[in-house]
Design a protein around this ligand. Structure first.
Ligand SMILES: *Cc1c(COP(=O)(O)O)cnc(C)c1O
Length: 438
């Protein structure tokens, strides 16, 4: 008989050492599935005999391996997810970490515990990805967009202060490109006005602000492991963190409010609501992630310091090449107590000193085969906020720095492990293009 009779129990139905256990996994991922995954991850030409032959060898070796071991009997929320969460808690020096489907789910969880209700106001930067404000819009809270700092393009604390009202409940600062926001000023405002702070640290995993990890400065922080970020968990994934007691309820927020510690009569466990700030009750979502994602992220976590180092060196190289060119405003770099993650290189032009602006510059770069993407347009420029009844023209008028940066000044250059030749080519051509615009 197959070893498959010893399937592990699901955490919800822990039937222990039974002769007929209740299995967590209905259908194992078998050799065919695993070979398909390998074929997908390391694609090649199936008509190439060398590739096909090697694939066949791997498949038969996998079969041999299976004779010695067994198929995984837990695919969702198992020991590897737990191990990852413990590793992240240690890496970030934070009390609670919860592995979820994406950063967006983490903002939702943080805002639920912040007691966000319909009619409340949330302040977020004008320049970010739409997922930062997704949950407030979903529940009918009002999104207020604050202007950005002209140097870092991070949310401006001065403009947050101008836009706080008696209905403001939370601030969502975004560490754009992985460079930390001015968190001291933001936390001071939050303290003064009794607001919760949910950090959009989608770019900020592994960054530091005055001795604390990004994401752990505010009440909640959420990271993204989507494929474009510095490290990823099979293409999608997120982690939400906190040092507050709400972290005890993270597993309930992640999975339906299941209260596994609380068995009830004639059934297995209770389902409870999530209790947020101000005794506001909501329900848990379904944001569970998989064991395979956790296995991969545990590996990438070990590589992260080296990955950030490579990106930092690329950024330093670009800055050294751009030094002395007064029309180029260099991207913000590390200081004694501020460490970015170098997810993106923020590139700005002082267009007032040039014949042309960032739009002309981008055309010149495209002609040279250098792809650079601003990534983030001010959110009031998309259709959705207008459709939802927002006065987007008024929003635009209230964010002059975001407008100026988007229209005339900024783009992002890539920092991922490019070849030396690529980084050099990029620097040479940026300099040349700027010269042409003088
Ligand atoms: C990628 C990104 C997100 C969303 O991350 P997901 O994991 O895809 O939910 C949020 N905010 C910013 C600024 C991002 O770039």
């Amino acid at each position: 008989m197959s070893k498959q009779q010893n399937k592990k129990s699901d955490f919800r139905y822990d039937t222990g050492e039974a002769r007929v256990p209740w299995a967590a996994v209905g259908e194992s991922l078998n050799i065919e599935d695993i070979t398909s995954i390998l074929k997908f991850l390391i694609p090649g030409d199936l008509n190439d005999p060398a590739y096909s032959e090697q694939l066949g060898k791997v498949a038969s070796e996998l079969e041999n391996l299976r004779q010695k071991g067994d198929y995984a009997s837990k695919l969702s929320l198992g020991s590897h997810v737990k191990k990852l969460e413990e590793a992240v808690q240690e890496f970030l020096d934070v009390k609670y970490a919860c592995f979820i489907t994406n950063a967006t789910a983490g903002f939702e969880i943080g805002l639920k515990f912040s007691g966000l209700k319909p009619g409340d106001e949330v302040i977020a930067p004008a320049i970010t990805f739409l997922s930062t404000i997704n949950y407030p819009l979903q529940i009918g809270a009002k999104v207020v967009l604050a202007d950005v700092d002209p140097v870092t393009l991070n949310i401006s604390p001065e403009d947050i202060e101008r836009k706080i009202t008696s209905r403001t409940r939370a601030i969502i600062p975004v560490h754009i490109g992985g460079y930390p926001c001015d968190m001291d000023a933001i936390m001071k405002l939050a303290g003064k006005h009794d607001l919760m702070v949910v950090e959009d640290a989608a770019h900020g995993f592994g960054g530091k602000y005055k001795g604390k990890s990004l994401g752990a400065v505010g009440d909640f922080g959420s990271f993204s492991f989507h494929e474009v970020k510095n490290i990823n968990s099979c293409g999608e994934g997120g982690i939400v963190i906190t040092n507050s007691d709400y972290g005890e309820d993270f597993p309930k927020a992640r999975f339906g409010g299941f209260d596994i510690a609380n068995p009830i009569d004639k059934w297995l466990y209770d389902v409870v609501a999530l209790k947020g700030r101000g005794d506001h009750y909501t329900v848990g979502g379904n944001h569970s992630s998989t064991e395979i994602q956790a296995v991969v992220l545990l590996n990438q976590l070990k590589r992260l310091p080296g990955i950030i180092e490579t990106r930092r060196k690329n950024a330093e190289y670009l800055n050294s090449r751009f030094a002395g060119i007064e029309e180029i405003l260099p991207g913000p770099m590390d200081t004694e107590d501020i460490k970015g993650t170098y997810h993106l290189y923020l590139f700005q032009l002082d267009h007032n000193k040039l014949n042309g602006d960032i739009q002309d510059f981008k055309k010149k770069m495209a002609e040279r085969g250098i792809v650079q993407i601003p990534h983030f347009a001010p959110l009031y420029r998309f259709t959705f906020l207008k459709q939802m009844g927002y006065d987007t023209e008024a929003m635009q008028k209230s964010c002059p720095n975001a407008e100026e940066a988007f229209l005339h000044k900024f783009t992002h250059l890539p920092l991922y492990p490019l070849t030396e030749g690529q980084v050099e080519y990029m620097a040479d051509n940026v300099i040349e293009a700027v010269k042409e615009m003088k």
